[in-house]
Design a protein around this ligand. Structure first.
Ligand code: AR6
Length: 173
C-alpha cells in the first residue's frame, strides 16, 4: 500500500473512491460535503436519499457508498465524523471507526485507490494534529490494508498539510 499526501481539492482527485465528511442526514451540507454534492451533481443525492429510505441515514463512525456522479472518482464513501467536544477517548474511537469503516467498504467494493479528507477537522472542530495522527494510524492498522493499493490524504489548507508532513516524516526516522 502506498500512502500519499497532497494539498488539493478532493473533488478533483481521480481515484476509485473519495471519502466525504458527511452528516447523519446524508443530505449534504457545507465544507467538503457541499463541494462534493455541488460538483458531483444530483446522482449522489439520489443515492443518499435511497440509503436514507432504507436505513435512515448514517450513524457517527459508520460509512455508506454511492456513485460519484460527475466527479472523476468512481465512488463516494460518505462517513460521519464525530463533533469534537473534548470527550477525547470516545471521539478518538469514533474518528478511528470512520477510517476503518470507510476502508472496509472500499475492500467490499473492490476499491484499490482511495482519498480521504481530514474528517471532522472543519465544521466539527476536531483538533487537526490529533485527527491527523488518528487518520494515519487507522490506515496503517487496518487489518485488510494489503488489499488496497493507494491511500491519499488530501489536505485543503497549509496547516493540515504541514501537520501530515511532520507526522509522515517522523515515521521515516
Ligand atoms: N477538498 C478537500 N478537503 C476539503 C475541501 C475540499 N474541497 N473542503 C473542505 N475541506 P468539513 P467536518 C477540508 O467542515 O469537520 C458539513 O456541513 C476542511 O479544510 O468539510 O467533518 C457536513 O455536512 C477540513 O480540514 O467536515 C457536516 O455537517 C476537512 O475538509 C459537517 O460539515 C473537513 O471539514 C462535517 O464537518
Amino acid at each position: 500500500m502506498i500512502l500519499q499526501l497532497v494539498k488539493a481539492d478532493i473533488t478533483e482527485i481521480c481515484v476509485d473512491a473519495i471519502v466525504n465528511a458527511a452528516n447523519t442526514s446524508l443530505l449534504g451540507g457545507g465544507g467538503v460535503d457541499g463541494a462534493i454534492h455541488r460538483k458531483g451533481g444530483k446522482a449522489i443525492l439520489d443515492d443518499c436519499i435511497a440509503i436514507r429510505n432504507k436505513q435512515g441515514g448514517c450513524k457517527v463512525g459508520q460509512a455508506v457508498i454511492t456513485t460519484a456522479g460527475n466527479l472523476p472518482a468512481k465512488y463516494v464513501i460518505h462517513t460521519v465524523g464525530p463533533v469534537w467536544n473534548g470527550d477525547k477517548e470516545e471521539k478518538n474511537n469514533l474518528l478511528k471507526a470512520c477510517y476503518q469503516n470507510s476502508l472496509e467498504l472500499a475492500v467490499q467494493n473492490n476499491i484499490k485507490t482511495i482519498a480521504f479528507p481530514g474528517i471532522s477537522t472543519g465544521i466539527y472542530r476536531f483538533p487537526k494534529d490529533r485527527a491527523a495522527e488518528i487518520a494515519i494510524k487507522s490506515v496503517r492498522d487496518f487489518y485488510k490494508i494489503s488489499e488496497i493499493d493507494k491511500v491519499i490524504f488530501v489536505c485543503f489548507d497549509e496547516e493540515s498539510y504541514e501537520i501530515y508532513t511532520g507526522l509522515l516524516e517522523r515515521e521515516l526516522l
